[in-house]
Design a protein around this ligand. Structure first.
Ligand code: NAG
Ligand code: NAG
Length: 239
């Protein structure tokens, strides 16, 4: 009896997979996971199921992420496009991804991340952008992901200074003289706990920046050009 039941269930699962539409070169698995890794894709596939929650696009050849690529995937919680030769993400590409919690863009050729790149990611907790060797981050970019808990930016060219914390809805693209900007125009990343900037440009990290991430638990500044640490640098860091 048990055996028959198992066979029946397996059969039903197989049937369901066959019947539901899944893009060519992808496998649509249980738990709303879609696996399209190492499939020599040159674009994010069209026709991904609307209820996809986890999407794996690693190891492809996707040079550009287009603004419409993820427009229908409003249930997506986890997205990985690592090691896929991504050099550009069009503005607004993630606008529909208000549920996304984890984004992995490691080992690509990204050059610039700006506020419009990450707009819409209102639940983002984990972002990995390691080993994008020419990647820079425009002013205000961190302020559009205030829910971030863990940011990995090893081996990038990101200059980690206070301009990244400027509130994008007040400052847009202008980079004012930071010393003249009032305190309240900076966004404090209260959720941020883990920050890795190994071999990134973290030479500007100081007391002011540390005050904007007061709940940090782990900070990695290995092999950066940081030259000195102010006495009070970690004064506001309680954890
Ligand atoms: C902060 O970094 C940006 C590059 O991301 C640079 O253009 C700007 O001059 C830096 N600002 C300060 C105050 O160091
Ligand atoms: C940025 O400023 C606007 C307008 O003052 C405000 O409504 C918004 O909450 C601020 N954003 C953050 C993340 O604090």
């Amino acid at each position: 009896m048990f055996h028959k039941l198992v066979t029946l269930c397996t059969l039903a699962a197989v049937l369901c997979e066959v019947l539901s539409t899944c893009p060519r070169y992808c496998r649509c698995l249980h738990g709303n996971q879609v696996e399209c890794s190492s499939s020599q894709l040159i674009r994010v596939p069209v026709g991904l199921p609307d209820d996809t929650e986890k999407l794996f696009l690693d190891g492809n050849n996707i040079a550009v992420v287009y603004a419409e690529d993820f427009r229908l995937l409003t249930n997506l919680k986890f997205l990985t496009i690592a090691n896929s030769h991504v050099s550009e993400i069009q503005d607004g590409s993630f606008d529909a991804l208000s549920q996304l919690e984890e984004l992995n863009l490691n080992m690509n050729s990204l050059r610039l991340i700006k506020p419009a790149t990450l707009s819409g990611l209102s639940s983002l907790k984990i972002m990995r952008i390691d080993q994008n060797h020419a990647l820079r981050m425009a002013p205000c970019t961190l302020s559009v992901i205030p829910t971030i808990e863990s940011l990995n930016a090893d081996l990038t060219r990101i200059t980690f200074n206070a301009s990244l914390f400027l509130n994008a809805s007040i400052h847009h693209v202008t980079t004012p003289d930071l010393s003249a900007v009032p305190e309240e125009d900076f966004v404090s990343l209260d959720s941020l706990k883990y920050l890795r900037l190994e071999r990134a440009d973290a030479s500007a990290i100081n007391y002011r920046i540390m005050s904007l991430m007061p709940n940090i638990v782990s900070l990695n500044l290995q092999s950066t050009a940081i030259q000195s640490i102010e006495d009070r640098m970690f004064r506001k860091i309680g954890f």
